[in-house]
Write a protein of this length. Structure first.
Length: 119
């Protein structure tokens, strides 16, 4: 899901993307967002979100990336959102990562360099 604020600051646009690439956008006033969230909480109930077990995210471990999305901010920052399969927990989690302009440049350089193959 992407969240954008319209120029007047009074409306928020929520864009939902399916795995097929199809997207649907909804534009709501800030008051409508609050009432929509309250209504959703009634439907799904509180406490339904299960936090990520920090022990599951180990440096050097291999994870299955289900999808990713990059949202560009006007100040040069990027929000990289990863959907990662935590096999040991049997679920897919969403991990948002905010990157500064410098980090974006470094990542682009790393991704653009030739791949090193193990011998």
């Amino acid at each position: 899901m992407e969240i954008g604020t319209e120029e007047d600051g009074q409306r928020v646009t929520l864009t939902f993307r399916a795995d097929t690439g199809e997207s649907r956008a909804v534009s709501l006033t800030r008051a409508q967002v609050q009432s929509s969230v309250a209504r959703l909480m009634q439907e799904i109930g509180g406490g339904q979100v299960v936090p990520i077990d920090r022990g599951s995210l180990q440096i050097g471990a291999t994870y299955s990336l289900q999808s990713y999305h990059v949202q560009r901010n006007t100040d040069g920052r990027r929000l990289l959102t990863l959907a990662v399969d935590l096999l040991d927990q049997g679920r897919v989690v969403t991990i948002p990562i905010e990157l500064s302009p410098v980090e974006v440049e470094q990542l682009i350089k790393m991704l653009g360099s030739p791949l090193v193959q193990d011998n």
